[in-house]
Write a protein that binds this ligand. Structure first.
Ligand code: SF4
Ligand code: SF4
Length: 319
């Protein structure tokens, strides 16, 4: 047996007796870049209005030539704020013509900006599923995590989305995303969803399809905010290691494409600048489905964020 590279790899090996590997490619996650209208405290990619990194059209064309040949997969679009990408509409229309399921991560507030308020109807026309950040149903918590006025705008945007059918009809799913303000694990997903459903309906007449909970990863801006609480938080994540999460870890069922076309196991590895293993193609230009779908996953200490408690992924809890 070769030497394990880190503590996470060792913990995984102790359970499954081999290194973590990809099982299949159900999802192609595309990170369009780090430009965002917000500067959230927990942002793992440190997105902000000052970040200029954005995918160019050439890279988008390379992606489209790959997705064209793939069987139906889920295309998961993230950023930054995808709406701020100059080619987003053209890119979405091309993906739709390939008949993939498309979901897009929106921060909600951008949908009220006069320059971007046409997006809800565009998403509806194209059948794009929405995953929207709303880390609490309380104004103060959201203000502390995402900034002043974000809660009010998010509520207004959710009402706009409800009005056109998102979260109120089966065809237009609207997923809300919770992540904790403090360095603790998220509460149980279903119980929290019930609480959100009750509070948002009572106070704001808002409906949604489902709630997913995410654990804050000890990388990016959240790591900066943790400061001297980092050892305590890492200890919590490690103590909460749950082997039952291993089969569903998102890196085992997807590939992530960064704004510059570089391939990653997940968006957290992208933030940690840890591209896929050097034994496989590392850029979209050399995409090879059969090799990538069995690749070894590269891990680090931050991976304990995915295996803690009920587990965490871009699709929420794992068990
Ligand atoms: S968490 Fe989302 S909305 Fe907040 S800064 Fe990062 S990309 Fe923007
Ligand atoms: S951080 Fe990424 S590579 Fe690590 S376990 Fe989570 S999904 Fe897998």
């Amino acid at each position: 047996m070769s030497q394990m590279k880190n503590e996470f790899e060792q913990r995984v090996f102790d359970v499954i007796h081999h290194r973590l590997q990809c099982i299949d490619l159900q999802t192609i996650q595309i990170n369009l870049g780090f430009t965002c209208n917000q500067t959230c405290m927990h942002c793992h990619v440190k997105a902000s209005p000052h970040r200029k990194e954005q995918m160019n059209w050439k890279t988008m064309e390379l992606i489209l030539s790959v997705t064209e040949k793939l069987p139906s997969v889920c295309i998961d679009i993230t950023g930054g704020a995808p709406e701020l990408h100059p080619h987003i509409e053209k890119f979405l229309r091309s993906l739709v013509s390939q008949h993939h399921r498309i979901q897009l991560r929106t921060n909600l507030t951008i949908l009220l900006d006069p320059l971007y308020k046409h997006f809800p109807l565009l998403y509806k026309e194209l059948g794009v599923e929405l995953v929207a950040s709303l880390p609490c149903y309380l104004e103060e918590e959201v203000r502390l995590q995402r900034g002043k006025g974000v809660f009010e705008k998010s509520i207004e945007a959710l009402q706009v989305l409800n009005k056109i059918g998102y979260g109120t009809t089966e065809k237009l799913p609207l997923t809300l995303v919770f992540n904790p303000l403090e360095p603790v694990l998220p509460p149980e997903q279903k119980a929290l969803e019930n609480e959100y459903r009750k509070r948002l309906a009572e106070c704001y007449n808002i409906q949604f399809t489902r709630l997913i909970t995410l654990t804050n990863m000890p990388i990016g801006r959240f790591l900066d905010v943790l400061k001297d609480k980092k050892p305590e938080y890492m200890a919590l994540l490690k103590q909460s290691f749950n082997p039952q999460t291993l089969p569903s870890l998102m890196c085992r069922h997807q590939i992530n494409i960064g704004w510059d076309g570089i391939l990653y196991d997940c968006d957290f590895n992208l933030a940690a600048e840890l591209s896929v293993t050097s034994t496989v193609p590392r850029h979209i230009q050399q995409f090879d489905q059969s090799v990538l779908s069995t690749r070894e996953i590269l891990t680090g200490d931050h991976c304990f964020g995915c295996t803690a408690g009920h587990g965490s992924s871009c699709e929420g809890a794992l068990v």
